[in-house]
Write a protein that binds this ligand. Structure first.
Ligand code: PLP
Length: 463
């Protein structure tokens, strides 16, 4: 299996090179040259596999440059950090199934991908004798999951910027209480946008980037998408065992990464196994507008109680666009140039195709909190605000003829303030979060100034 760019401008790559490249050199995103498919016979064989074994079967369809034993070992180590034996267990609550993706070390679904990615980076660097310095900015979830993915690993240092005092306390502590010597937290005096702009400016300094072998862990890395395909198939197989041939998924969406993994799973499985992908957004509704009207145009970012979805430019959207444009890299390049210049993209001509793949719903702040409250009163089950967005969309759009699986992307205790507003009391703290305030922490507080941040990275970078 080789990897190509959505803009058609690079020679095909092996999987390991695709993982290390992250963003394609022509500015596009990497995708497999062809999407593999599986047969009903293969599903019969996979039906009873534990998560890790299923992951190996699926990953093997996309990876042919890592020996089987090594791949098994990488997967085993990635998911050993999850506290549930099924990794991503599923429960039924009333009319919906909830696929719990938050049993990893930082209690959000990003662990599923970043635990694997951290092990993959270390594996490749070990073999090539190289090193890397990971640099990223976070408003909360991604930073802590990325740190948890590479802490203590050889040949990797990680530098994560967060806006000083503007993440939740728990989110900041999940990062700053990690004391491994390869982890560097930087709290910048400014907003998330300031932090993001600093990271971009540093990456755009090509000499600096090459000298320090800077790497990124944002959701455009293909390995992250790939790791997420597994739980769609895992959930589907559980329902298949119960006699359901066809299911829907509801996915709370920000950067289009998780739902794009659903699209890959839908293509992988025999036709009709995954019928509809319900794309759920909060008030930041660019993707819902796209599905309803073909209107992909940038809006103002609004702050909501589901902050990990407060996004108006979905970085993985380009991957889906590639298929919408008939795998024509030139057309994708033109679209993305237009969008960069004007903030507008009219895809109304593709509406029919989009409607085959997705249904969508934008969920308001009031609806999100009401859903948390109603779900708790009816079933005694506590949703985090991101998951609640997906559940609300599922309850509205589901087809009673088929089961619908709602992806639960974070543990409610990570977003305690929203839960308090919804049900009037704090969610119980799981062991991973208990006593965080009393632990030792380490963090550099810096001005939001390019030279200051760049010098800090240069001084602490692996060389
Ligand atoms: C990142 C995140 C999302 C959105 O995932 P995308 O892949 O960006 O669509 C949803 N919920 C939580 C809790 C997240 O951390």
């Amino acid at each position: 299996m080789r990897y190509i760019s959505t803009r058609g401008g690079i020679a095909p790559l092996r999987f390991q090179d695709a993982v290390m490249m992250g963003l394609a050199r022509d500015g596009g995103l990497l995708l497999p040259e062809t999407l593999p498919t599986v047969t009903a016979g293969m599903l019969d064989r996979w039906q009873y596999l534990p998560y890790q074994y299923l992951a190996k079967e699926i990953l093997s369809l996309f990876i042919d440059d890592i020996p089987e034993n090594d791949l098994e070992d990488l997967i085993e180590r990635a998911y050993a950090s999850f506290t549930h034996p099924q990794v991503t267990p599923m429960t039924r609550q009333g009319d919906v199934y909830i696929l719990e993706l938050f049993h990893g070390p930082t209690l959000a679904f990003k662990d599923v991908a970043l635990q694997l990615l951290g092990n993959l980076f270390a594996y490749v660097l070990e073999r090539t004798g190289g090193f890397m310095n990971i640099l990223g900015a976070t408003s909360g979830d991604t930073g802590s999951a990325a740190i948890a993915g590479v802490r203590g690993k050889n040949n990797i240092n990680i530098f994560i910027l967060h806006p000083h005092g503007r993440t939740s306390l728990i989110q900041a502590l999940q990062m700053t209480t990690v004391l491994d010597p390869n982890v560097f937290n930087m709290a910048v005096r400014g907003t998330f946008d300031d932090a993001q702009a600093l990271v971009k400016a540093i990456f755009n300094d090509l000499a600096f980037r090459d000298r320090h072998r800077l790497g990124a862990v944002n959701s455009i890395n293909w390995a992250r998408v790939l790791a997420q395909v597994v739980y769609y198939v895992y959930a589907y197989l559980k329902l298949r065992k119960l006699g359901h041939d066809s299911v829907d998924f509801s996915v709370p969406t920000g950067n289009f990464g998780d739902i794009f993994a659903g699209y890959v799973a839908r293509t992988l499985l025999p036709r009709g196994c995954i019928r509809t992908l319900i794309l759920a957004t909060n008030a930041n509704d660019i993707l819902a507008r796209f599905v309803a009207e073909g209107d992909y145009s940038r809006g103002q970012v609004q702050a909501t109680s589901s902050p990990s979805m407060d996004i108006q430019i979905a970085s993985n959207f380009e991957r889906y666009l590639y298929y919408l444009r008939g795998e024509d890299g030139n057309a994708v390049g033109r679209d993305m140039d237009n969008f960069a210049a004007t903030g507008l993209l009219d895809l109304s001509a593709c509406r029919k195709q989009v409607a085959e793949d997705f249904r969508s719903r934008s969920v308001s702040e009031e609806e999100t909190l009401a859903t948390i409250g109603e779900f708790y009163r009816q079933y005694g089950y506590l949703l985090d605000p991101h998951t609640a967005v997906g559940v609300k969309a599922a309850l509205e759009l589901r087809d009673p003829a088929r089961p619908v699986v709602c992806l639960a992307t974070a543990h409610p205790a990570k977003f305690g303030a929203a839960v308090v507003r919804a049900i009037g009391s704090e969610p119980p703290l799981p062991p991973a979060l208990a006593g965080l305030e009393n632990r030792e922490s380490r963090c550099a507080v810096l001005d939001a100034d390019l030279a200051t941040v760049r010098d800090f990275v240069a001084a602490n970078a692996l060389k």
